[in-house]
Design a protein around this ligand. Structure first.
Ligand code: ADP
Length: 407
């Protein structure tokens, strides 16, 4: 049997004040919180400002009758439990009341013992419905959350698949790149070691030279692979310090000048790169040497390499290295930052591992910078890196630009 839910709020509506009071008293004695109204209109007005668990209304009243009240009350609060009190012989109106959403009806006159179980069932059903609504909302939340988790997992799976694919491609490219110089070393060494080979001095020198250069190439491949794997494993600790860009540019210039002279490439450095960057000095040098030597290597005879630097946005300096070289197509640009991604021009003649730009990009990004490239086949390329200025330099640059705006 259902129990009355203590302190439930019950609205009682009956145009006969004596009945109304008797009902409210009975409900009060059973620990229910009853409020009585003698007209449907007054009850409805009250219902607009107050929530009730149950509406117990007489059917026949002057003005708004019980049916109209139930309809209006449920429009305000679809969860309210409604019970209609109706005289014998008007059961069909009670059925109508049930159709518009009343929970039950009770035939007048009735005793408290008849009314109370009806009220208890209605209140219990309302409580169950409320719990159901909460459970449904919680379920919807869980489903939404599950959906979000699924999306996240799916993205993580795709990312893992992509990384896995990249690693496999890297491994297969790596084996190929290592095998080429190794085969060449073995081949020439076997020829040199063979008894049947008439080793003229010139031949021997040429073959030995091939072994040395393949060995050197192999060494730089291994070194760069180790460097890259350290960077990717996050094992490279960068020492960020205040570094004057012009000083590093001069040092890099000294390092690459012999290569430029050999190729008759003019190196044009600007005089005004006095920016203070917050970077790892050694790694900045490595980045610039790589970009400069590429700009020299993939140039045309008597071409030029020029540098432009300026303070960019948000406390960053922008350094652009432009060459008058062979340039790159949009398709080639897709592969150059990928390990062993050599654009396949005539760089087989060029010393290189195909790892330089991958390492460069990783290093620039590790120093909170970015790298981009503009290129036109046959006209040349511009590699642009953005690196953070020190706080002092950024503040000074900000003040300068404000002054420019003001003037
Ligand atoms: P590599 O050791 O082959 O130079 P990088 O990773 O430094 O390796 O460069 C990848 C490829 O990008 C090069 O093989 C070359 O095809 C292309 N590349 C790089 N820099 C330039 C440039 N300045 N002009 C044209 N092509 C370039």
């Amino acid at each position: 049997m259902s129990e009355l839910v203590p302190r439930s709020r019950i609205m009682v509506v009956d145009d006969q004040a004596v009945h109304l009071k008797a009902l409210c008293d009975i409900l009060g004695q059973h620990d229910l919180d009853a409020a009585g109204f003698t007209t449907g209109e007054a009850a409805l007005a009250h219902l607009r400002g107050q929530a009730y668990d149950l509406l117990l209304t007489d059917m026949n009243m002057p003005g708004m009758d019980g049916l109209a009240l139930i309809e209006a009350a449920r429009a305000l609060d679809p969860g309210i439990a409604c019970i209609i009190m109706t005289g014998a012989g008007t059961v069909d109106t009670a059925v109508k009341a049930m159709k518009i959403g009343a929970f039950d009806y009770i035939i007048k006159p009735f005793k408290a013992a008849t009314l109370l179980p009806v009220l208890a069932r209605a209140l219990e059903s309302r409580q169950l419905r409320q719990q159901n609504v909460k459970l449904e909302a919680a379920l919807r939340d869980r489903i939404d959350e599950l959906g979000r988790v699924n999306l996240f997992l799916e993205a993580a799976r795709k990312e893992a698949e992509r990384t896995n694919h990249e690693k496999s491609a890297f491994l297969s490219n790596m084996s190929h790149e290592l095998r080429t110089p190794l085969n060449s070393i073995l081949g020439f060494a076997q020829i040199l070691a063979s008894d049947r080979f008439p080793k003229g001095e010139g031949e021997r020198q040429r073959f030995s030279q091939n072994i040395v250069s393949s060995g050197k190439h192999l060494l730089s491949l291994v070194n760069e692979m180790l460097d890259l794997s350290k960077i990717e494993a996050g094992k490279v600790s960068l020492v960020l310090e205040a570094v004057m860009l012009d000083e590093v540019l001069r040092e890099v210039h000294a390092l690459v000048a012999p290569l430029a002279e050999k190729r008759r490439i003019a190196l044009l450095l600007p005089a005004d790169c006095r920016f203070e960057l917050s970077v790892d000095r050694m790694r900045l040098k490595q980045i610039l040497v790589n970009l400069f030597s590429n700009a020299i290597k993939y140039n045309r005879p008597q071409g030029s390499v020029s540098v432009d630097c300026h303070v960019g946005q948000r406390g960053y300096a922008s350094i652009a290295i432009s060459d008058s070289g062979i340039g790159l197509t949009a398709e080639q640009l897709q592969t150059i930052f990928v390990p062993f991604g050599r654009a396949g021009l005539d760089e087989s003649d060029e010393e290189g591992t195909g790892l330089g730009l991958t390492i460069t990009k990783r290093l620039v990004e590790a120093m909170r910078g970015s790298i981009g490239v503009d290129s036109k086949p046959g006209e040349g390329s511009t590699f642009r890196i953005e690196l953070p200025l020190t706080n002092t330099a950024a503040t000074a640059a900000g003040a300068r630009s404000t002054m420019h705006h003001a003037t």
